[in-house]
Ligand binder design. Structure first.
Ligand code: 5AD
Ligand code: SF4
Length: 483
């Protein structure tokens, strides 16, 4: 029930939720959309899970658009519906199952509708949904998206399709993603993961780690700048192990090249692994003003024994030393983390160590999860021996503490002036309030005063940088006035 992220500014990769940026649901008129003919078939894509999936859905739309499909944001209008799925935890899978059951309704109304399941759940879906329940026509894994147009066409002719092979080389380097309009864009820089944390299904659903060529990533950043985007996030399951082997470029080099190529853009990245959070990367972040001072550094546990059982490759002391280094180079850098409670055999004392570590580091945000056994992982073979109630108790304990700490951290910002990238109307009061983000990834809300004669605000538009004087703060949000 509480397996939810709390107060975190941005979800890490593979989380089973999304924080769509404002305007994310506006379909691209886009810098790269092919003009589809008036009677072109229409595709609707629904995305679950992490930013990597959001980015993959943009690749899928790019592939389909190349083959003449137009996009729609209404499933009722669609000739083809894709559900891009997440398998990271059981509750993520349940959500997708529920949604697929709803899609039956669309299938009943339109016999020729093609429904495809994409992404991390693909492999597990095929028997149940394709053969038994007959809801799904296609099941396509994360490395087979190039085949989608062909598979959809065959499905239209009545042949169900399965394509779930994982690749050691596929990076979709040459595919131009069809992005949603807005100011923030994702760029996938690598795929897969070789870390094999014992709780994690990602290496099995997304396959082995492989990186894109650095020069293509930098070119993509430049094109995004020219198309009016203001911020890019470099994405990978573990970006610190990015490597362009041909050019001998590591992640710190790539970050530097990108920061130099688009000095006017804000640059973010996620997710980092503490094992290879290098001095070079920290120094590079500190050197460039346009690299945002925010690091998501999942620790998972505060106990060395549990970390070892999780196959995390670092100790608590190593982690704390990395945090000290980050703060030495960037005293104002915001930090967030991921925590799993109730990993098999975790004792109350070991949980206490996690609690204490969080109090010591004082994170700006944390994503906290109940351990969820995943088939095929090493931990799956261990007994899931902590009861659900005890897991929830441990989770509540750290949530409560984290909320207090984040609130205290934000109180320190009172009276400061924050440089904010304007995103648009706030969710809660879109008429009178707008929101933006600091480079530390905190949401800032400010009054939006429109000119009564022109109905516009003379001072700023979406995508502008403005200064806000912070006057109030909650654990999750800063509030202030434009200066
Ligand atoms: N159970 C609970 N949380 C998990 N995560 C990954 N696998 C599991 C699992 N089986 C969490 C980790 C990771 C984040 C993306 O999701 O904390 O960092
Ligand atoms: Fe999963 Fe660990 Fe890889 Fe992250 S680093 S995707 S938690 S295996």
């Amino acid at each position: 029930m509480f397996d939810l992220p709390v107060l975190a500014p941005q979800p890490s990769l593979t989380s089973d939720f999304l924080t769509p940026r404002l305007h994310d649901n506006v379909l691209a008129s886009s810098m790269n959309a092919h003009a589809a003919s008036a009677n072109a078939p229409k595709l609707y894509v629904e995305t679950y899970g992490c930013q990597m999936n959001v980015s993959d859905s943009e690749i899928v739309k790019g592939v389909m658009n190349q083959s003449g499909y137009a996009m729609t944001d209404k499933p009722d209008d669609a000739d083809v519906i894709f559900v891009n799925t997440c398998a990271i935890r059981d509750n993520a899978e349940k959500k997708v199952h529920e949604r697929l059951m709803h899609l039956k309704y669309f299938k009943k109304r339109r016999k020729d509708l093609v429904v495809g399941v994409l992404g991390c759940m693909a492999e597990r879906m095929r028997d149940e949904l394709m053969e038994t329940k007959q809801i799904v026509d296609l099941v396509v894994g994360p490395d087979e998206y190039r085949r989608l147009p062909e598979l959809v066409e065959r499905a239209g002719g009545g042949t169900k399709g399965i394509a779930v092979k994982l690749s050691r080389v596929e990076t979709y380097d040459d595919i131009e993603p069809l992005r949603t309009e807005g100011i923030s864009a994702w760029i996938s820089i690598m795929r897969g993961c070789d870390k094999f944390c014992t709780f994690c299904v990602v290496p099995f659903t997304r396959g082995r780690e492989r990186s894109r060529a650095a020069h293509l990533i930098v070119d993509e950043a430049k094109r995004l700048h020219d198309a009016g985007f203001k911020e890019i996030s470099l994405l990978g399951q573990n970006v610190n192990s990015y490597k362009d082997e041909a050019e001998n470029i590591d992640f710190a080099d790539l970050l530097r090249q990108t920061a130099r190529a688009v000095p006017q853009m804000r640059i973010r990245y996620t997710t980092s692994h503490p094992y290879d959070m290098s001095d070079k990367l920290i120094a590079t972040m500190a050197e460039y003003d346009n690299i945002c001072k925010y690091i998501h550094l999942p620790v998972q546990s505060g106990s060395d024994r549990v970390l070892q059982a999780m196959n995390r490759h670092y100790t608590v002391e190593h982690y704390k030393e990395r945090i000290r280094k980050i703060r030495e180079y960037m005293p104002k850098c915001a930090l967030s983390t991921d925590i799993i409670v109730g990993f098999p055999t975790e004792t109350v004392e070991e949980h206490r160590m996690t609690f204490d570590l969080m109090a010591e580091v004082r994170y700006d945000g944390a994503f906290m999860f109940l351990y969820s056994p995943r088939e095929r992982t090493k931990a799956w073979k261990m007994e899931d021996d902590i009861s659900h109630d005890e897991k929830v108790r441990r989770l509540n304990e750290i949530i409560e503490q984290q909320q207090r700490i984040a609130g205290e951290i934000n109180q320190i910002e009172l009276g400061t002036v924050q440089h904010v990238l304007v995103e648009g109307p706030s969710r809660r009061n879109p008429e009178t309030e707008w929101q933006g983000r600091t480079d530390t990834n905190k949401i800032v809300i400010f009054p939006h005063l429109t000119d009564k004669n022109t109905s516009t605000h003379a001072g700023y538009v979406v995508g502008d940088m403005i200064n806000i004087h912070v006057e109030r703060a909650s654990a999750a949000i800063l509030y202030g006035q434009i200066i």
